[in-house]
Structures are given as C-alpha cells and as structure tokens.
Design a binder for this molecule. Sequence first.
Ligand code: NG6
Ligand code: CA
Length: 499
Amino acid sequence: MKRHFLAFALFVFALSAHAQQKPNIVIIYADDLGYGDVSCYGATKIKTPNIDRVAAEGLRYSNAHATAATCTPSRFSMLTGRYAWRKAGTGIAPGDAALLIPTDKVTLPGVLQRAGYQTGVVGKWHLGLGPQGGPDWNHDIKPGPLEIGFNYSFLIPATGDRVPCVYVENHRVVNLDPADPIQVSYGKPIGNEPTGKDHPELLKMKFSHGHDQTIVNGVSRIGYMTGGKTARWVDEEMADLITGKANAFIETHKKGPFFLYFSTQDIHVPRMPHSRFVGKSGMGPRGDAILQLDWCVGELMKTLDRLGLKQNTLVIISSDNGPVVDDGYQDEAVTKLGGHTPAGPLRGGKYSAFDAGTRVPFIVRWPGKVKTGRSDALLSQIDLLHSFAALTGQKLAPQEAPDSFNSLDALLGKDQTGRAFVVEQALNNTLSVLKGNWKYIEPGNGPAYQKLTNTELGNLPKPQLYDLKADIGERTNVADKHPEIVAELTTLLQSVRDK
Ligand code: NG6
Ligand code: CA
C-alpha cells in the first residue's frame, strides 16, 4: 500500500515537473528609467530595495541596451525582433496611431504563445491600435495586442501624457458609457473642455513645455479628447490598478507557463504617484515615482513567492530608454535632483545618441538557472525574441525577426561576451554602433542639444568615436586618431542597414 502511494506520488511529481519545464517569463519594463536611477546601479540618493533584491538573486548587466532612446521604436524592436528604423512611422507615436506591428509576422508574445504560453500585456502600450486611420474608441479596438500574440491585454493606450486617458482591456475601453462617446484629435481642438493653455489655473501639475491641451484629472495632456468621462483614469491610482491586473494575470495562469509583459508608466511624465509615495524620496515626483516603481516590483515578486512560482519564473527588469529630468511638466525634477545622477556615469539621456539613451538597467533572475552577480556581456533587448524562441525549443526562419539574435547564453549568464555589436537608435534616427570598447556615432545634421529637456543629443556633422573602456562618459572624440576603426564601424553599420 505504502509502496503504491510512493510510486503514485513520484508519478504525480514527475508529471508536474514535466508540465512546469518551461519557465514562466515576466518582463517588468519601466519607462524612462535611467542607468543610474536605482540603488543596485549605484544610486545613493534613492533606495530601491525590491529591485535590488531581484538583482541580488540574479544577474545585473552593465552593458545591456534598449534598441532606441525613445519608447515606440524601442518597444517595436523588442516585440518584433526587427529594427524600428527599417519601418517608417515608428517614431514616438501619437495617441491615435494605428497599430504599428504587423499582424502576420512573428512577435515576441507570438513565439511564446506558439510554445504553449498564456501571454499577457499590462500597462503602457504606445505602439498604436486599430486599423489604418486609427482606432474607434467606442467600439471594438482592433487590431491590437490580441492580434499579435497576446491572450490578454490591459492597456494605457499610448503614454500617461497623451489622450485618450482611458484604459483599454482586450478590445474595449473600460467603463465607457456609450451615451458619452470618446473622440480624440491630434490636430484641431475638439469639444469644449478646458485646455492647459487657456486654463492654467485649473492645473494641479503645470506643464513646462508642450502638454497644454485637454485637461484630464487636473493635468493637461498632449492631444485633445472629449467624452468618456466615466472611463477616465486617475493618474495617482494607476500603479495600484495595473499592479493588481498584473497580479491577477499571474494568479489566473499560475499553472503556467505564462508570459507577462508588465509595462509600467513609471517614471514617465506626468509623474503622479499615489499619495503614499508623495514626498518620500525627497526628490519630488520623479524620485517618488521611482519608489512607486520599486513597490510594484515588490508586489509582483510577493505574488510569485506566494504562489510558489519563484523558482520557475524568469524575471527581467529593464527600461525602454534612458532618463530625462524635465520632460514637459513643472514637477520639481530639476530643482530637487539634489546630486542624483539619473544616467550614472553615462553621457546624454532619453532621446540621445550618447550611451545614456539606450544603456539601461537590465536584471535577470531565474533561481538556480541564471548565475548571480554581475555580467558585462553586451546585450540588446531586440534579442529577447530569438532567445526566448531558443529557450522554448523553437527555430526561426532567417527572415523571421531578422535583427534578433539568440543571446540565450548571455541571458543566462553562461556567456560573458554577448553580442558582437549593438546598434542604437536616437531621436532623429541617428544610429550608433557599440562594439568591444568602441562606440561610433554616425555623422548627422540633427541638433547637438535639446534645450527644453536639457539633453545632449549627441549629433555632430562629423563621425564620433569613443573608447568606452577609458572614457565611459564619451567625453573625448578619438575618431581622428583611429580612422581604421571608424571605417570598420561605418561599414558594419552600412551592412546592417543594407540587410
Ligand atoms: C515627447 C514629449 C515627452 C514624452 C515623449 C515620449 C512633448 C513636448 N514631449 O514628444 O513628454 O511624452 O514625447 O516619451 O510633448 S516616450 O518615453 O514615450 O518615448
Ligand atoms: Ca520611455
């Protein structure tokens, strides 16, 4: 009797072990979080204990890159495995853009869906929705995430600072009253609701540049909207709400395998964290939003722990682009910075061709499977697609996700070298290549400096070459001293372009 029970128990154990072979995958994707914005990357003026704990239990990468220095192209590249600059119209998307990702090509969630994963996206989307001409917010909004490989979506359609300020769950705006339909315009004003430009006295968060159109929740936004009153979000509740949706997704799919793309709005503008974080960082709303982001990470990790999923879940924490301090609202980010360096030792920031544009925190945790410590391997988020295909035993045809390489060994900490090179895309589409110690920025006529955000964009009419080993802050252009390296990297970049 006892023996039978033992055999049965072993059988059940083997079955469940088999069913759990494929790890769950959670990507926590912060918005505008800089290389120096968290304490495990050297920040001393702010503490991020939850992110630090994940890093301590996993691998912290020193040389991992978003594909671009702004949101839409970064996310497009990560989800499609194809450089956004190959496709026109993939720059920072207006809130009424049509879906930018083709529905007939391989995608990151699609690859995992094919491998039997339940796939969900919760949070910021910013990749357009609906057919050419943009979405009809009052009916089924598609194509969208569900048409490119996600089984579930709960979205901030564009960004926190763009209309429409409503959530979209699967194909529908949440809490929409059909008697009060939503209209959105990125051209002429529509409706008669107050704008920030005409009624600054109504604002609880004033704009510093741009962001002076329709006022929602006391904050003026980019774009005009009317209607949808019952559906409008409250920025201060956003983190709690989306964290709850993400936890619910994990709970629902705890049997696994599942893939969750949790795309937080923090720390993008408008920085309007919940009142329990207000004033807690001493750095104003930008710092408080970092604390809120850290809290979200903690909540998700608690859920994994509670459900016994920690061991079999691969967690990634990263950011879509580098940091910016004043991104359009008077939120004291500049005056209260207090010696904090959002980009760490790097030059530039969000929008920039300098390394702070794309080199971001990147942490991988998979207990027992991923080594712990620090990795200096060169990594690009565009490789997640191919790496996850490899992880789940799938082969991709050469034309599928053409720019995504299999970097699984680097991701798991088995390979300390990583990619041969990384291509970075800045605002204005200036491209750079990072290879070994060298960083090459192609010549361009874009502005060198963006005054409103105080960003060094890194554009120069002549080639730039930096020796990152000696000069991580890209201070000394050594292109004249090393014409052969400039030539090699120019050719390399051209070959990637021509591919
Ligand atoms: C810029 C916005 C900025 C931010 C950015 C997109 C103005 C003046 N600035 O155009 O606030 O929304 O777009 O950020 O409107 S991203 O992280 O989504 O790429
Ligand atoms: Ca961003």
